[in-house]
Design a protein around this ligand. Structure first.
Ligand code: GUN
Length: 305
């Protein structure tokens, strides 16, 4: 079997077109949707992510603000920033980029975001609404994966799903979203005995553990849908050959940049065994920002109802 590659681009474009249309309507009525992104410190990856989020806002006609604070910022002043954003009527979504420096009380910062502006879906109220299957904001990556499965007509009801990883940002909300759509869900983690055996029972396998090519052929049921959420790096020609065969572009990546991006799934094995596979990069990644935009216009719509 050669897997169909599930690409995020057409899914993200569809979502973004819908977002731009809603943003246009709201702006005409004097309610331009606004997103505030708060960034503490100088982690390069966080700066890149926030930069993409702000740029996407601009492209889709949303107002955006980037609030950059120095690494030394402590919990109290950051709480004050969030509370100020909570009060502002031109800001509908608040995002505090994670991870925060370790001296900051991250749970307290997330709790301070008003649940109506919690477009990341990280607030305990949002998490509780998700558990109870009530309307609320859902973390963007798992919400995007659900959109992707719908876009590519991949059924969920009655399937067996295995989620590798139980993070509050991906694994846990992903398992609830699939459960609510009538999948039979198993969550695997570092203490799960024989993960491969559990994984290869699954019709839908979601890997979100942050370990390079952890999912190999023995994890993948023939004909499964494999969703790879990982973002890792390979940097040796030997690894590139193992994971990508004689892919010229990957070899060139390593020569030019010193690395190439790889997920939590062995790409050659997935392509050989799965029916559907999200490549890294280009599979899941771009959906996260699209869903953030969708959550932000939803927050703006609700605020004027
Ligand atoms: N860090 C990694 N992913 C995310 C995300 O989706 N939202 C925020 N706020 N921080 C992140």
């Amino acid at each position: 079997m050669t897997a169909r590659l599930l690409l995020a681009k057409p899914v993200a474009e569809k979502i973004q077109a819908e977002v731009a249309e809603i943003a246009r309507h709201l702006t005409e009525k004097g309610h331009k949707p606004g997103l505030a992104a708060v960034l503490v410190g100088n982690d390069p990856a966080s700066h890149t992510y926030v930069g993409s989020k702000v740029k996407t806002c601009q492209n889709l006609g949303l107002h955006s603000e980037k609030i950059e604070l120095p690494t030394e910022t402590t919990t109290e002043p950051l709480l004050a920033v969030v509370e100020d954003l909570n009060r502002r009527s031109d800001i509908h979504g608040i995002l505090v980029q994670m991870p925060l420096p370790s001296h900051i009380d991250s749970p307290a910062i997330i709790r301070a975001i008003h649940p109506d502006k919690d477009v990341d879906g990280f607030h305990p109220v949002s998490a509780g609404r998700l558990v109870l299957k009530q309307d609320g904001f859902v973390a963007c990556t798992p919400a995007g994966i659900i959109e992707m499965l719908a876009f590519y007509d991949i059924p969920i009801r009655g399937t067996r799903a295995a989620i590798l990883g139980r993070s509050t940002i991906v694994g846990l909300p992903m398992s609830l979203l699939l459960l609510h759509r009538d999948a039979t869900v198993t969550i695997c983690h570092s203490r799960t005995p024989d993960i491969a055996r559990v994984a290869r029972e699954a019709d839908i396998l979601v890997a979100a553990i942050g370990r390079t090519a952890f999912v190999t052929e023995d994890f993948i049921r023939e004909g499964a849908t494999v969703i790879d959420v990982g973002i890792n790096r390979v940097s040796t020609p030997e690894d590139v050959a193992e994971y990508f065969g004689d892919d010229e572009k990957r070899r060139a990546d390593v020569e030019k940049k010193g690395y190439s991006i790889i997920g939590d799934v062995h790409p050659r094995h997935a392509v050989e065994r799965a029916a559907n596979f999200t490549p890294v990069p280009g599979g899941v990644g771009p959906l996260t920002i699209a869903m953030l935009m969708k959550n932000t216009v939803r927050a703006a719509e609700r605020s004027v109802r």
